[in-house]
Design a protein around this ligand. Structure first.
Ligand SMILES: [Zn+2]
Ligand SMILES: [Zn+2]
Length: 659
């Protein structure tokens, strides 16, 4: 009888595979059940070995649960690439791209089910004409057959979604499937509705707030061709759609494509890698493309397709800085601003108010002694949530009761400072008694169906005021809004962070895109104490390309991404000293390497989360290839250090948040 040897990846934080033997000939990418210590684990076959160094002590694979491989060739290769690029334990990478129910040994298995589905087109949904700009671009995009990343640079209201729908139609007619990625769960319902109106056939959705059974069903349906259209967030990027025709990445600039903890991958970059390995087109859409993408267009690696006119022929809204340096603010709103809102409401129009902070007030403080409410396990101020009458830590989501007395001096003179969505909502309610006030933030959209209810309320109402966080700036469509007010743009304009200008200009231009889809008089008012700020002057033109070109020029001059590549080594430990010393040792180790810049160790912000001190090191190199080499060397060294018993460490490759 033949004996085969395999390298198996298991879902543990270990950067290596383990060798097992079996009498069966097993394909790469297949799930197997293996003994590990005194447990049995699900593992993935990574490699078939021709010989092994030592046969002694090799354990047998216990069983092969599925009828076919879990990962097809291109997805398998994408995962190998990701584990290498992000320097993350390979088993964890494999398992993060299958539904949770398949990550453990149970009765759920992968076996062929019903046949493939046919998708019809609902002709009634298409009784409008494309603009000339749309048809010209669509016919060019339709001709792309192989891997070729295409940026669809379309100003808000230029009809990008219709282009996506018609591209999807083309691939469905060729009996292929299509994957559409969006940055946030909240953006799914709107797109789902358009897709359901257009196509007769199941539209699969895939994201982290579904039940494990829902995710398993969509995953299996995609694998066997029952589902041919999937809309999902970054976790759906490697969903095994059969005969995939293309990937569409909507709002490609959005930072939510990057996972912020654990396996910190970029769904966008993985989608592009997958498309490359599958040799299929990938379409990236945005009104405010990322600098990284724009540079690749300049380097002729990506093609760019411009949609610079709105389909309704209306002009984009005017961005108007409103000087509030002499105005007292009431719940973040200046008197002039309230006047402007009133005019719009009296005309029966809708207003959108954007403030980048949820809750009622970010500071809960004793007037007598200066005590400030802080989270006991993070070095973070607690935010007062009036609707819940609780103090909440926005870093770890711990909830605290509200103190009536100061815990330090027993004074009852406790005040709140600063403004969040709840406070703005309260001020608006007392000022505008008749207009419905609709709040849209993390707290008001957590329940299933809440986002749909918000749309419905906005649609039903005549005049109304929507108050929200950055969630409001993302691709949502509120057709009755004619006025947007941005309350705290100064924070973004003055931020010392690199790429702060890119971020704030994207945000302001995206918010402005929510206004005036049906109105020529729409405007965007930006409250500011710095109306003459140079960046603001550029952003005011509404010409994102102009702002982005300037940002690219600046970053080139100082050698920052996308003209260099950055990664962070993050370390956490209950002990501050160990954390700092560990990073200093890393820094010393890299000190004599060529063409590499090390910054730090730096304290992360906040310094403590859930009782652990956080520090980081920034590692900058000129090319990604060189960075990859340096980090491989580093990983090999660090793994053997005794310090790693006390310190948890991880890489953050291409970080968005450098704090
Ligand atoms: Zn006090
Ligand atoms: Zn906390």
């Amino acid at each position: 009888m033949n004996i085969f040897y395999y390298d198996i990846a298991v879902g543990l934080p270990i950067r290596q595979c383990f060798t097992y033997k079996s009498n069966n000939d097993i394909k790469k990418g297949t799930r197997v059940i293996v003994p590990f210590g005194n447990k049995t684990l699900v593992g993935i076959v990574v490699k078939k070995l021709s010989k092994t160094k030592s046969l002694e002590g090799l354990k047998d694979i216990i069983s092969i649960p599925d009828d076919c491989a879990c990962f097809d060739k291109s997805i398998f290769e994408t995962i190998l690439w990701a584990a290498d690029y992000y320097h993350h334990p390979i088993g964890e990478v494999f398992l993060s791209f299958i539904p949770t129910l398949l990550r453990k040994k149970n009765d759920k298995i992968i076996s062929t089910s019903n046949g493939e589905s046919e998708y019809g087109i609902n002709k009634d949904d298409k009784n409008f004409k494309l603009t000339k700009e749309q048809s010209v671009n669509l016919s060019k995009l339709n001709k792309i057959e192989k891997f070729s990343p295409s940026l669809i640079y379309g100003v808000t209201g230029s009809g990008k979604t219709e282009i996506y729908l018609q591209l999807a139609e083309k691939f469905l007619k060729e009996n292929k499937s299509i994957l559409i990625l969006v940055p946030e769960i909240n953006l799914i319902p709107q797109l789902l509705k358009r897709l359901k109106n257009r196509f007769k056939g199941e539209i699969g959705i895939y994201h982290s707030r579904q039940t494990p059974n829902q995710r398993l069903r969509v995953w299996l349906g995609s694998k066997f061709g029952e589902i041919k259209v999937v809309v999902g967030t970054r976790s759906s990027v490697l969903i095994p759609l059969k005969n995939l025709g293309a990937i569409i990445i909507d709002e490609e600039h959005d930072h939510s494509y990057k996972q912020a903890d654990g396996f910190r991958f970029s769904g966008k970059d993985l989608a592009i890698k997958r498309a490359q390995l599958e040799k299929i087109p990938v379409f990236l859409g945005s009104a405010t493309p990322s600098l990284q993408t724009l540079k690749l267009v300049k380097d002729k690696k990506y093609k760019k397709f411009d949609l610079l006119r709105r389909v309704d022929g209306k002009k984009p809204p005017k961005l108007i800085p409103l000087d509030i340096s002499d105005s007292p603010l009431l719940g973040g709103l200046a008197v002039q601003t309230i006047g402007i809102i009133e005019t719009a409401i009296n005309r029966g129009e809708q207003v959108l108010i954007f403030i980048n902070r949820r809750g009622f007030a970010p500071l809960y403080e004793c007037d007598n002694c200066g005590w400030v409410a802080k989270c006991s396990s993070c070095e973070s101020n607690l935010v007062f949530h009036k609707s819940k009458n609780r103090l909440i830590c926005h870093k770890c989501e711990s909830v605290y009761a509200v103190n009536d007395n100061c815990p330090d001096c027993q004074s009852i003179e406790i005040s709140t400072f600063g403004t969040g969505t709840e406070r703005v909502e309260e001020v608006l309610r007392s000022t505008f008694k008749k207009a419905p006030i609709i709040r849209m933030d993390y707290d008001s959209t957590r329940l299933k169906g809440s986002i749909e209810a918000i749309y419905e309320k906005a649609n039903e109402s005549k005049e109304a005021i929507l108050v929200g966080t950055q969630m409001l700036s993302k691709g949502h469509d509120f057709p009755k809004v004619t006025l947007c007010v941005i309350l705290n743009a100064d924070g973004g304009l003055l931020s010392p962070e690199i790429n702060a200008v890119e971020k704030i200009s994207q945000q302001l231009i995206q918010v402005s895109g929510r206004a005036g889809r049906n109105n020529n008089l729409a405007k965007v008012v930006i409250q500011t104490r710095y109306p003459n700020d140079l960046n603001l002057k550029q952003i005011k033109t509404g010409d994102y390309q102009l702002v982005a070109d300037q940002c690219l020029k600046n970053n080139k001059a100082i050698g920052m991404p996308p003209y260099s590549t950055i990664s962070m080594l993050r370390a956490t430990s209950p002990n501050h000293q160990s954390c700092h010393k560990f990073l200093e040792k890393v820094s010393n180790l890299l000190d004599n390497k060529k063409s590499i810049t090390i910054i730090g160790p730096l304290p992360s912000i906040p310094l403590k989360i859930k009782g652990n001190t956080r520090n980081h090191l920034i590692i900058k190199t000129n090319t990604k290839t060189y960075l990859n080499k340096v980090l491989k060397f580093l990983t090999n060294e660090i793994q053997a250090w005794p310090e790693t018993k006390k310190v948890k460490w991880s890489y953050d490759i291409d970080p968005h948040d450098m704090s």
